[in-house]
Design a protein around this ligand. Structure first.
Ligand SMILES: *[C@@H]1O[C@H](CO)[C@@H](O)[C@H](O)[C@H]1NC(C)=O
Ligand SMILES: *[C@@H]1O[C@H](CO)[C@@H](O)[C@H](O)[C@H]1NC(C)=O
Length: 410
């Protein structure tokens, strides 16, 4: 090769490298600017929130490509389970449902005294997530509360649609209530809890045990719902509308709607109809609409009740939207009364904020003891983000207050 050729080739390569570097820097800058400009105002620790948002958006994009290429739902391998030096962690099957049992050392104070118990249902839109992924959080709860915590590996949608995930959680709960003493647990001190879709499952299980199975099992001691998803009736609540405007850090409105549909019937052509409430337009004057009344969000405005109760059935493929075990906010007032002591946390920068507030208000009106805790600058998923590199003070505070509630009330 002549020196001229070498020179041209080198320059060509250098030019291409420079061009690619510049293009990717520009691309990264545009992506960052987009993320930052659409970050909800007053979100906690915005610089870190921005990194989380960039990470989540790239992840969702890859998951979308993965699915479009025909590989199904992307469910990455979770990191190996942590070691919990002060806990005994065992795999078990509760009537066919896989669980992990986290057992703290028995307290030595009161002789013969049994421990409290908690069933934990993880989040992930009924579609992703696992007991392995939640190992850190669940171990922390067991350690901080001194309760035996059962983390439930319910089967996931869309392979297993409603009611399977719900029924798995119910089966595990009933098993634990019946076999509590085998785990050193007092059956009258058992609660259910979960975050996001897990909060939905916990609320549904509590409703079901309060209704049909009252005589067969000891009543639950409490339900603790962390930014729960509780209704698929109204996707235009103020917190959803705000989510359309500002593009949330972790959970955008359309993703939540996709999760609901995968749990319901996996018919993705319904996304647009759902997002503008076309699926429930005919029910605007029904009592169901009064269950998701926006007046609940304002302390001063009295609740409006429908003049007439139109009874229109939804088509078979979406009728479970009105089923309280699918969306607990659809429960009748009579079925809410008698529910156990309830703890609900909501984040101000979360599209699911209003689901939690409405449920807490309805429970209160039904005479249930309920504590609604708001984290105005927090966003969806933040309670899981308590260690580096994703570390948020608000998340840590939520985690601590959640554990304190459980310790004091179980
Ligand atoms: C929680 O973990 C710490 C450190 O491993 C331990 O000292 C403590 O006893 C644990 N508490 C409970 C209730 O298991
Ligand atoms: C999906 O929903 C659309 C719109 O409601 C409906 O026309 C279609 O028949 C549904 N597809 C299936 C497979 O149920």
């Amino acid at each position: 090769m002549s020196p001229v050729c070498v020179y041209r080739l080198t320059m060509g390569v250098l030019g291409t490298v420079t061009w690619l570097t510049a293009a990717s820097a520009l691309g990264a800058a545009v992506f960052a600017a987009y993320l930052y400009s659409s970050l909800p105002p007053d979100v906690t620790e915005p610089r870190k929130a921005l990194i989380v948002k960039g990470f989540m958006r790239s992840h969702f994009f890859m998951a979308w490509v993965h699915e479009k290429m025909g590989f199904g739902i992307m469910r990455p391998q979770p990191p190996p389970r942590a070691s919990h030096p002060s806990l005994e962690v065992t795999d078990a099957s509760f009537d066919g449902v896989r669980v992990l049992v986290y057992k703290p050392p028995a307290q030595k104070t009161a002789t013969e005294s049994k421990m409290a118990g908690l069933l934990w249902f993880h989040g992930g839109g009924w579609v992703i997530g696992s007991i392995d992924e939640y190992d850190g959080l669940v171990g922390r709860i067991a350690n901080k509360t001194g309760a035996v915590v059962v983390s439930v590996e319910y089967r996931l949608a869309p392979e297993h649609k409603f009611p399977i995930p719900f029924e798995d959680c119910l089966t595990a709960t009933q098993h634990f209530l019946q076999h509590a003493s085998e785990y050193g647990v007092d059956p009258t001190r058992i609660g259910v809890a979960g975050d996001s879709a897990g909060g939905n499952l916990a609320a549904a299980v509590a409703l079901r045990l309060n209704k049909d199975d009252k005589k067969k099992f000891p009543p639950l001691k409490l339900q603790a719902l962390v930014y729960p998803a509780l209704q698929a009736f109204d996707f235009q609540t103020p917190s959803y509308v705000r989510g359309h405007k500002f593009s949330p850090v972790v959970l955008p409105p359309n993703l939540m709607i996709v999760f609901w549909i995968k749990y319901l019937n996996n018919n993705m052509s319904l996304v647009d109809t759902f997002s503008n409430n076309g699926h429930t337009a005919a029910l605007k004057k029904s009592r169901f609409a009064s269950f998701v009344d926006r007046d609940f969000l304002d302390e001063s405005v009295p609740r409006s009740t429908p003049d007439e109760d139109v009874s229109i059935d939804l088509p078979d493929d979406i009728k479970d939207i009105l089923n309280p075990y699918f969306s607990p906010l659809m429960a009748e007032d009579a079925d809410l009364s008698g529910l156990p002591n309830t703890y609900v946390t909501v984040c101000g920068k979360d599209i699911l904020r209003d689901d939690g507030i409405m449920y807490a208000k309805r429970l209160e009106m039904a005479g249930v003891q309920v504590q609604l805790v708001r984290y105005p600058s927090g966003f969806h998923g933040i309670m899981s983000m308590t260690s580096e590199p994703f570390y948020f003070e608000v998340g840590k505070q939520m985690d601590q207050e959640f554990a304190t509630f459980l310790r004091d009330h179980l």
